[in-house]
Ligand binder design. Structure first.
Ligand code: SAM
Length: 256
């Protein structure tokens, strides 16, 4: 694709993939199929895009950078299966392009959490996500209780689906090189999972409140929510990080 952006913009997390072998490995993990709708967040200069176009039924590209979006429009002008939305992925209305079989992308790392929260709020309309994220962030999605990576992101990922680490990627395959290692993750979203948690907003509030003061015991951090009710099957002398996902579910049902 013709590049009209003189300098990659750090503020937009622009680290472009350069290595064709890695790009092919990412596309293999995405496994585009001819009957699928795929959404790509931050297509940039089209490194992954060029391997997806023509391999799926519909391809929707959401790019914030005006110059890059213009170049993509020019590139895919004749392809009626490719649609380009020039917008901020955090502000655009996802209803405009969902449902989708897959949402993919080499994400701008500074907004990865917000993108995942938005994805989860649309979980029933997405089959799976394949994202490149910062390695430390990926660890949070699959962390075990009582580890430093375990937190809100871990629990919410379990609430909506299941994350899997596919492989790690060194800074050398990007231009410019980021200061961190990257990881490709797959998140399978399952609309039938945890249907018993019908008030997702309350579950989110519970998890956030518990982890926002993660050094405190649950008795203290959840005081306002529990109103000192005795938690028969959950030990309130523990900290949030010691609770499994199932413990959080139990807590939710007791309080609901
Ligand atoms: N997919 C390309 C690649 O792998 O080479 C570019 C990936 S680069 C890490 C992130 C891309 O996301 C950039 O193209 C950037 O302009 C775009 N971007 C940054 N913030 C965005 C936002 N809020 N909404 C949509 N796209 C965004």
């Amino acid at each position: 694709m013709k590049d009209k952006t003189p300098h990659p913009k750090k503020s937009l997390g622009q680290n472009f993939l350069q290595d064709p072998n890695i790009i092919r490995k990412i596309v293999k993990a995405i496994q585009p199929r001819s009957d699928e709708t795929i959404v790509e967040i931050g297509p940039g200069r089209g490194a992954i895009t060029s391997y997806l176009a023509g391999k799926c039924r519909d391809l929707i590209l959401i790019e914030f950078d005006q110059d890059l979006a213009d170049a993509l429009k020019e590139e895919y002008e004749a392809d009626r299966h490719v649609r380009i939305i020039r917008d901020d992925i955090l502000k655009t209305d996802w209803k405009d392009f969902l449902p989708a079989d897959k949402v993919v992308g080499n994400l701008p790392y500074n907004i990865s959490s917000q993108i995942l929260f938005t994805l989860y709020s649309h979980a029933p309309e997405v089959g799976e996500a394949v994202f490149m994220v910062q390695k430390e962030f990926a660890r949070r999605l699959v962390a075990e209780p009582s580890t430093k990576d375990y937190g809100i992101m871990t629990i919410l990922t379990r609430l909506y689906g299941k994350a899997e680490i596919l492989f790690h990627i060194p800074p050398t395959v990007f231009f410019p090189r980021p200061k961190v290692d990257s990881t490709l993750v797959k998140i399978r979203l399952d609309p039938d999972k945890n249907r018993d948690i019908d008030d997702k907003a309350f579950f989110h509030q519970l998890v956030r409140t518990a982890f926002n003061q993660r050094r405190k015991t649950l008795r203290n951090s959840l005081k306002k929510i529990t109103e000192d009710q005795p938690m028969l099957s959950v030990d309130l002398s523990l900290r949030a990080e010691a609770l499994t996902f199932e413990d959080f579910k139990r807590l939710y049902h007791i309080l609901k």
